[in-house]
Design a protein around this ligand. Structure first.
Ligand SMILES: C[S@@+](CC[C@H](N)C(=O)[O-])C[C@H]1O[C@@H](n2cnc3c(N)ncnc32)[C@H](O)[C@@H]1O
Length: 576
């Protein structure tokens, strides 16, 4: 077993490294009473074993607990495709926020997480998040996307996606012109993913629900990139989730290690030649990080470990991955891969990236692997079995989103005009009463191809099978008794395509509507015979569109958060 090295020594990087340097500066600078109280609490509690593990097994410096108890700063990611992006940046600046030097969409606010200076400010942040204008997200969690190079037109699989912060970030970094397949097997969490998808309203996001270890076949040639943001013990999250001090047990990492390796090996079989596989966790434990990467490299010889460029992250106290580590003597039945670096003769694990819980970040680990197969070659797990004639398997199920039909287009043209019908011509789908817009990439590369399902089954085109698709793209209309009602998550689509069907009103009138003052409907819509149904109101001189429903009276079709945000953006509300 040449090249297998037992790893029993502490990494010199770790003892002399980033944490130590950072703490030399920060030593004794516990900035909040809350952090100091937490530290005292965990130091006194004999039930907290994570502290000893960090110091004795991982070899962290004695000042590590100070840092690991300090609350993280509040960070938020601006939704760069939203029409209000500049207003959102202005609001954040007025709160004293600064963009992260390494990633302009990420902003750090001058207070601790969930501790805004006033209720009003907290409410505005919450509303920015709920209305999809921004996403409250830890800075470290923005890193995997920043370190990769996703592009429009690509097929990207986010294998462990809920609640979806990284899914929506990838969709934005690809201008909402790729397809991001967001997968989550846990039912409760996949609902969170669906909610997040609808909050932000991206056409490129498709939601599936499968165990990532057995993820179904994608259409050939496979994914351009797969992100495995793996389930983990979360030992790097004590600054946002203090419960981890009490819930963590040494052996949890062993179970996670097996799951993480299995997820990565499946992902490795789904990337096409030249494609990229990103791995990340919010754990400090090498068993869940470097050991997983080493084992995946050993099992998947077509992968190479790419160095992550740390020069652009100069303000982030980050380090390369560990080359050696020791493990707790309390581990029960650890697999050899958890305690050995099996690639001692291969690519250096220091090519990976580690964030130790420094001043502005939680603990995080990122690795970037690339397929060395010929560029564009079919992914290893999708190569046909060699049998030419095989039965066509099941077609689309009634539960899947499916393309709109002729009669749907006729109805759309009648109710919302030819432009709407044209805009949805290539990219319109429906399921039940909901109508969606999806990206061209999703339609052509994931939906319109014949897929080799393996085991002698071919899935026909015009179906999502064998993927179990739960949501596709952004919902733009819902069928109702009075016709097709526009849905809020599709506002961006509407503002772009339904210009002809939008009645533009002056700012003052829009303000009256938003303040729910009764207005003369016939005057606004310029018709004495206004029919019951849905209408769009544009606000003069701005890109804002407000969907309304007219019956005896006019009702806003936006929720309270959106109403308040529109009032703020249009200038009637003042910032605290
Ligand atoms: C770290 S979280 C992902 C966070 C997410 N990427 C984000 O940025 O919002 C890991 C997710 O993996 C899911 N998970 C657990 N077991 C899984 C499996 N076998 N296959 C796929 N996902 C799994 C968990 O339910 C959890 O939602």
């Amino acid at each position: 077993m040449a090249g297998w090295a037992r790893t029993l020594h502490l990494s010199p990087q770790l003892s002399e490294g980033v944490i130590a340097q950072d703490l030399r500066v920060r030593k004794g600078t516990m900035t909040t009473d809350e952090g100091a109280r937490r530290l005292e609490e965990i130091q006194k509690d004999p039930g907290v074993s994570l502290l000893d593990w960090g110091m004795d097994v991982l070899g962290l410096p004695s000042s590590w607990p100070v840092m690991a108890c300090e609350r993280l700063p509040e960070t938020i990611r601006v939704q760069r495709l939203h029409s209000d992006v500049n207003e959102v940046r202005n609001i954040l600046s007025s709160f004293g926020a600064q963009p992260l030097p390494w990633y302009g969409d990420g902003w750090v606010l001058p207070w601790a997480r969930q501790r805004p200076p006033s209720e009003k400010v907290g409410e505005i942040l919450r509303r920015l998040h709920h209305t999809g204008r921004a996403t409250l997200q830890e800075a470290a969690s923005m890193l995997p996307q920043y370190c990769s190079d996703q592009r429009p037109g690509q097929v990207i699989l986010d294998l462990c996606a809920a609640p979806g912060s990284k899914t929506t970030q990838i969709a934005e970094l690809t201008d909402d012109e790729a397809v991001v397949i967001a997968n989550e097997p846990n039912r409760g969490r996949s609902n969170m993913l669906a909610t997040n998808r609808s909050r932000v309203g991206h056409r490129s996001v498709i939601v599936t629900s499968s165990d990532g270890r057995h993820y179904p076949r994608l259409p050939a040639p496979g994914a351009d990139a797969v992100l495995v943001d793996a389930p983990c013990t979360g030992t790097g999250t004590t600054r946002k989730n203090p419960n981890v001090w009490w819930t963590w047990k040494p052996n949890m990492a062993v179970r996670m290690h097996r799951l993480q390796v299995d997820l990565m090996v499946r992902a490795a079989h789904l990337i096409k030649g030249g494609g990229r596989l990103m791995y990340s966790t919010c754990s400090l434990d090498p068993i869940e990080n470097e050991a997983v990467v080493a084992e995946v490299l050993r099992r998947c010889a077509w992968l190479d470990l790419e160095p992550i460029d740390r020069t652009t992250l100069s303000d982030v106290a980050c380090a390369g991955g560990m080359e050696e580590w020791s493990v707790s003597p309390k581990l029960r039945n650890p697999p050899p891969s958890a305690i050995m670096d099996q690639r001692a003769d291969g690519a250096s694990l220091s090519r990976t990236l580690r964030l130790w819980q420094d001043g502005n970040h939680g603990g995080f680990f990122v690795a970037s692997l690339v397929s060395t197969d010929e560029s564009g070659a079919t992914a290893r797990g999708l190569i046909p079995s060699g049998v030419d004639e095989r039965p066509i398997g099941s077609g689309p199920t009634p539960f899947e989103p499916r393309p709109l039909e002729q009669e749907d287009y006729a109805r759309l043209a009648k109710e919302w005009g030819d432009v709407a019908s044209g805009a949805l011509a290539e990219l319109g789908m429906k399921r039940g009463k909901r109508w969606f817009a999806v990206t061209d990439t999703a339609r052509t590369s994931i939906h319109d191809c014949v897929t080799d399902g393996g085991k002698g089954v071919l899935h026909p085109s015009q179906a999502w099978a064998p993927l179990r698709v739960e949501h596709a793209g952004v919902t733009v209309f819902k069928e109702e008794k009075y016709g097709l009602r526009p849905v809020r998550e599709g506002l961006r689509w509407m503002a772009r395509h339904l210009v002809d069907r939008t009645t533009v009103v002056p700012l003052e009138t829009a303000m009256m509507l938003l303040q729910e003052t009764q207005v003369d409907i016939t005057e606004i819509l310029g018709d004495s015979q206004v029919k019951t149904g849905s209408y769009l109101i544009g606000v003069e001189g701005t890109g804002h569109v407000i969907p309304v429903f007219v019956n005896q009276r006019l009702s806003l079709m936006v929720d309270e958060d959106e109403r308040q945000m529109l009032l703020l953006m249009l200038g009637s509300e003042h910032l605290a």
